[in-house]
Design a protein around this ligand. Structure first.
Ligand code: NDP
Ligand code: OXD
Length: 315
């Protein structure tokens, strides 16, 4: 039983060790090793080299080494097989930490205090209660729901938007294209935790940003954007234009149209932007390896995979 570990931009060594300690009886090879292509039954991948999958005739399951599967679904060589993504408590908690950190930074006016500090100004600002601030979360999946729960526990007035109808205690739930407008119109802090799919490509554009609430309790600070979903969701030229013309009062971005973010991007130095290098849910790699090992054990026992995606929906 052999698994091919195929990735770009990460070190193979530590991953081989993690998988070796998580799995008994699984041989692990990388594209750099000499191996019989017919022996590969599983692939675990993160931005794997192009064309590689087409050379492997006996694969049964393909695992993403991250929660997102866009790096797999966009491939021309992806066979029609189950695709499994990462879902674990450690990753969820870390994403929630990042979302809560950035929502609080905007809520507690940290950009303004940073500017005052740099200018040597002692300048207390009026601070509204969290309950007066409306957070809207696009994507009410594993990550969106957990972030929403924690934000509610801090007192925020939370709403969410998803493809299918949801009924979640304490969250005003909006669904589908026809309810996007009312959802945006009651949103001061927009948190985006959507997957990248053909339907969500470029969804964060000038039209969406113009639809955000204009009647906030702090009109000089809101609305703001917090995106940790995927860079393909956002039109960065529109975000910059919205920041410059006041449509948007701030942005926290963990993901970008092109990663690493090109040096030439104006986002790097924009005073109203906080950015992090796709680390929002930088999670415990051993937990990822353990989760994949568990899925393989289930598959070998003939049990259903726990976190297979819906290939038609694309997430
Ligand atoms: P889930 O699949 O659990 O949730 C996705 C949510 O998005 C669901 O609520 C789904 O609606 C909603 N959705 C999808 N398409 C649409 C659409 N067209 N219109 C409205 N709603 C839509 O994913 P997770 O919560 O686990 O993760 C979300 C994304 O976060 C990942 O796909 C990945 O891109 C990103 N991510 C980023 C990380 C980082 O470090 N920056 C780390 C981990 C993940 P419904 O519930 O109706 O299906
Ligand atoms: C991702 C991840 O999908 O880090 O971005 O898990």
């Amino acid at each position: 039983m052999t698994m091919l570990l195929a990735m770009t931009g990460w070190d193979y060594g530590p991953w081989i060790e993690r998988f070796s300690s998580a799995t008994a009886g699984l041989d692990i090879v990388t594209p750099d090793d000499a191996f019989d292509p017919a022996s590969i039954r599983y692939i675990a991948a993160w931005n794997a080299p192009d064309g590689l999958f087409a050379t492997l005739p006996n694969v049964e399951v393909i695992f993403s080494l991250g929660a997102g599967v866009d790096h797999l679904l966009k491939r021309g060589d992806l066979p029609d097989l189950p695709v499994v993504r990462v879902v674990n408590d450690d990753l969820t908690m870390r994403m929630t930490e990042w979302v809560v950190l950035h929502v609080l930074m905007h809520h507690r006016q940290q950009f303004a205090y940073d500017a005052a500090q740099r200018a040597g100004r002692w300048e207390p600002l009026w601070q509204p209660a969290a309950s007066a601030v409306r957070v809207g979360i696009m994507g009410l999946g594993v990550l969106g729901q957990d972030a929403a729960e924690k934000l509610i526990s801090l007192g925020f007035d939370a709403a969410g938007w998803s493809r299918s109808r949801k009924d979640i205690d304490g969250i005003a739930c909006f669904q589908g294209q026809h309810e996007l407008k009312p959802f945006l119109a009651r949103t001061d802090i927009l948190v985006v935790l959507l997957p990248s799919t053909p339907d969500t490509a470029g969804i964060i554009d000038s039209m969406l940003l113009a639809g955000l609430a204009r009647d906030s309790v702090l009109p000089e600070r809101f609305p703001v954007l917090v995106n940790a979903g995927r860079g393909a969701l956002q039109v960065e030229a529109d975000i910059l234009a919205a920041l410059d013309d006041g449509t948007l009062k701030g942005a926290s971005l963990d993901v970008f149209e092109t990663e690493p973010l090109p040096e030439s991007s104006k986002l790097w130095s924009h005073p109203l932007v906080a950015l992090t290098p796709h680390v929002a849910a930088d999670s415990d790699p051993q937990a990822i390896a353990n989760g994949i090992a568990e899925e393989i054990a289930r598959h070998e026992r003939g049990e259903p995979l726990l976190h297979a995606i819906d290939r038609l929906k694309g997430y």
